[in-house]
Write a protein that binds this ligand. Structure first.
Ligand code: CTP
Length: 414
């Protein structure tokens, strides 16, 4: 467990400093790379030479004793530590740590490190229970410093009670348990980390048909079921992406584990997409967005009046076109539902809206288009046809489309 672990051991000036020798010896035997920092008072109890001989590493005590010109020692030690252990930790070092003092090599290192810190207090029982010491220890614990509680027994000062530094064997057990747990947590993180061709990518998918209100109970919409967009969102997640689904009208339940934002109108969808666009890697516009909306949605239900009624419509903002103008590195995928001249219309849309790919389907074909579970699509880029897929489930279309996108996305660092 300790093999190769860099442990910076802070030794402070208490009678228990002699136990640092056993600690260094046992840690080193277990494979740890131990670097000792002593305070000036620790040197009254044990020599640098002892600890240097046991660890086979130079012992530091003076902040300004810079032996290696290429590094600043206290920063170097702070950076390379897997763990900083202070044993014994006197009331004085505990107070300095709690208040952020940095007046020697050990305290500067303790402030500079981002490694976990543990302390093993050792002092007289009355010092240990003094409110100042108790408060300082509570401060350290609240900051995440690990406390190796002192044992009870006959203290060097003659008192019997709590304050005796824990035995080196016990300290080592605590340290080993700590690294074991750290390892287990890392393994869990690795398991949870997404894998797949879209790992680490942010994918925004729009789906469903927008609703354009005429009045509170009537609206204009279209036949889009949202199935294609939902299949894309799920496939993107399976491929490791961080997915944000923006869904207009659909009867489908939000897919599990995918952040789904419900919207109603083309304008709502526009606003939702714009909020996340700059930070996204791939945007798939599978939604059927209304091209026109009523000039004004009536606030109350419209009453039946004459024999005819005229509804005045106004163009909605073309979301895809707006994204095409705004895009920097985002990979943009549009959809084109056509009934004739599929290639001509689709490639014209791709160019007009500055997409990287456009997925075209002839909605007059059996098994393709709105509401079905299957689709038959052709995928174009600016150069023409890239992929023609036979009739297949929308899930399979989604996977093929995203695989193509993953292959064509700008690679990091290029
Ligand atoms: N689209 C959009 N915003 C709109 C209209 C369409 O983002 N207001 C997107 C759709 O989500 C789709 C693509 O543009 O990805 C093509 O949609 P379509 O309605 O077929 O395109 P139009 O440019 O409206 O073409 P048409 O003249 O054929 O209606």
């Amino acid at each position: 467990m300790l093999n190769g672990k860099v442990i910076v051991l802070g030794v402070t000036g208490g009678i228990a400093a002699y136990k640092a020798a056993a600690l260094c010896s046992k840690l080193t035997q277990k494979g740890a790379d131990v670097h000792v920092i002593m305070t000036a008072s620790a040197k009254q109890f044990i020599t640098e030479l002892t600890l240097q001989s046991l660890t086979k590493n130079p012992v530091y005590s003076d902040t300004f004793d810079e032996r290696e010109p290429s590094v600043v020692s206290h920063i170097h030690l702070a950076d390379m530590a897997d763990l900083v252990l202070v044993a014994p930790a006197t009331a004085n070092i505990i107070a300095k740590m709690a208040h952020g003092l940095a007046d020697d090599m050990l305290t500067t290192t303790l402030l500079a490190t981002t490694a976990p810190v543990m302390i093993s207090p050792a002092m007289n029982v009355h010092m240990y229970t003094h409110p100042a010491v108790v408060t300082n220890m509570e401060t350290l614990v609240s900051r995440g410093v690990g406390m190796i509680e002192p044992g009870e027994g006959l203290l060097a000062c003659g008192y019997v009670g709590k304050g005796r530094m824990e035995e080196p064997e016990t300290i080592i057990e605590v340290v080993e348990r700590f690294f074991q747990q750290q390892e287990a947590e890392r393994a869990l993180d690795m398991e949870a980390a997404p894998v797949g061709p879209l790992a680490g990518k942010k994918v925004v998918v729009t789906a469903g048909g927008t609703i354009e209100r005429i009045d509170p109970v009537r609206y204009i919409t279209n036949d889009s079921s949202g199935k294609m967009g939902f299949a894309i969102a799920k496939a993107a997640k399976e491929m490791g992406a961080d997915v944000h689904l923006i869904a207009a009208h659909t009867d489908m339940a939000p897919p599990e584990g995918i952040r789904t934002e419900k919207v109603e109108s083309a304008q709502d969808m526009h606003d939702a997409v714009m909020r996340v666009f700059d930070d996204s890697d791939i945007v798939v516009k599978a939604a059927a967005v209304a091209d026109y909306r009523p000039v004004k949605a009536a606030a109350s239900k419209l009453k039946k009046l004459g024999e005819t009624m005229t509804l005045e419509l106004v163009k909605t903002t073309d979301i895809l076109e707006t994204l095409g103008k705004r895009k920097t590195s985002q990979f943009l995928i549009g959809f084109a539902a056509e009934t004739d001249q599929v290639e001509a219309y689709a490639t014209d849309k791709l160019r007009r809206k500055n997409c990287d790919l456009i997925v075209a389907n002839d909605v007059t074909k059996a098994g393709a288009g709105f509401g079905t579970d299957t689709n038959t699509v052709q995928i174009f880029d600016a150069g023409g046809l890239v992929l023609e897929l036979p009739l297949m489930t929308k899930e399979d279309v989604a996977r093929r489309l995203l695989t193509l996108a993953a292959e064509r996305m700008p690679k990091e660092g290029i």
